[in-house]
Design a protein around this ligand. Structure first.
Ligand SMILES: CC(C)(COP(=O)(O)OP(=O)(O)OC[C@H]1O[C@@H](n2cnc3c(N)ncnc32)[C@H](O)[C@@H]1OP(=O)(O)O)[C@@H](O)C(=O)NCCC(=O)NCCS
Length: 345
């Protein structure tokens, strides 16, 4: 067979949905707030050290939103940049999906607030809650609407103001998280494969590894709940770490298997940016080379649903990814949830 006739890869979408049309990312954007909180700053707040945080996590600094800057503001900024890159106006959007665990308020959805901020009056809007895995869940939702020809243009945003639910007196967690937003516009791009597959998984039996006990119907806000610090996130660090490595490896392998491609063909691996040691363990288990990896967690920490979205935008902006390259996104989060996506850029 001549090289030109060699199939590039198997597109699992083609197998499962012959009627469907492909779905590509036509624009990306991200936004992080201006305020930087360094490890040295944290040394003045809790009993920790730059050395401990750097060696255990790889994080050097994170961004914090201003008091009057909310998740919807971060999301709208990132979305505006993604729309600009796609060459679209907000009025052309059919659907806005916001992945977040830190909505501006329990309801209405942050997606509705973003719709208003953008002036995207035609668009339907809703939030997705899959914690740090939310952006990949959002991509798959967008893909389903585009593949079925229900919508042409979908905006997926991962946005978080995690500083609003972090217990700044708990050194076990407060050093890990930061604020930010990333966005992607999804459309059919003729003659492109786009999102080849998205794996999504969940295990609710492990919900208590990473959660926020207060603020929902189980424990509404009260003077007691606030006094007991129930409105801050809680985490079993070691167990979360082990589950993250296992789930990310499994999800990535499943995504690659579906496309019948070897990890060596991936130009850029963009993992959830939670901990450098988690990332390195996953990369080693996948048999990938370090130079395939994109990492920016030293600058932002873990921004949950925004994490891979910001990293994707920065990887594109830095020239790491070009049209036609295969990229692998792989995520893990509370729920537990996990996911992986293979995209022909
Ligand atoms: C949180 C995490 C960095 C801790 O690293 P670790 O190597 O597991 O550390 P340990 O839990 O063994 O803690 C070791 C010690 O450091 C201490 N410690 C915890 N946070 C600290 C901090 N910020 N500074 C200094 N010491 C700290 C602990 O109290 C413990 O002390 P002890 O041995 O006296 O009890 C790591 O478990 C992790 O990254 N887990 C996954 C978190 C994650 O990614 N969550 C989001 C998923 S989407």
């Amino acid at each position: 067979m001549s090289p030109a006739a060699t199939p590039k890869f198997k597109n699992p979408r083609a197998k499962y949905n012959f009627q469907g049309r492909s779905c590509s990312i036509t624009g990306v954007g991200s936004y992080v707030p201006a305020k930087v909180l360094t490890n040295t700053d944290l040394e003045k707040m809790v009993d920790t050290s730059d050395e401990w945080i750097t060696t255990r996590t790889g994080i050097k600094e994170r961004r914090l939103a201003a008091q009057n800057e909310f998740t919807s503001d971060l999301a709208a900024q990132a979305a505006g940049r993604a729309l600009q890159q796609a060459g679209l106006t907000a009025q052309q959007l059919d659907l806005i999906v916001v992945a977040t665990i830190t909505p501006d308020m329990p309801f209405p959805s942050t997606a509705c607030l973003v719709q208003d901020k953008l002036g995207a009056h035609r668009a339907a809007a809703f939030d997705v809650q899959a914690a740090c895995s939310g952006f990949i869940y959002g991509l798959e939702i967008a893909q389903q609407f585009i593949m079925s020809r229900t919508y042409d243009t979908v905006l997926v945003i991962g946005a978080e103001k995690l500083s609003s639910i972090v217990d700044w007196e708990d050194r076990n967690t407060c050093v890990l998280f930061g604020d930010g937003a990333g966005a992607a516009v999804l459309q059919n791009r003729p003659n492109a494969h786009g999102l080849l597959t998205a794996v999504m998984g969940a295990d609710g039996q492990k919900a208590d590894l990473l959660f926020m006990p207060g603020g929902g119907s189980r424990c509404p806000a009260s003077a007691e709940s606030v006094a007991s610090r129930l409105h801050f996130l809680r985490m079993e660090g070691k167990e979360t770490f082990k589950n993250a490595v296992q789930a990310m490896q499994t999800a990535a392998e499943e995504a690659l298997r579906r496309c019948e491609i070897d990890i060596s063909r991936i130009k850029c691996i963009i993992p959830h940016q939670a901990n450098r040691r988690i990332i390195d363990a996953v990369v080693e288990r996948l048999g990938a080379r370090p130079e395939q990896l994109f990492v920016n967690l030293h600058r932002y920490g873990n921004t949950s649903a925004a994490s891979v979205a910001i990293a994707l935008d920065e990887a594109v902006a830095s020239g790491r990814i070009h049209r036609g390259d295969l990229i692998l996104l792989v995520v893990f989060g509370a729920g537990l949830t996990w996911g992986a996506a293979v995209i022909e850029w």
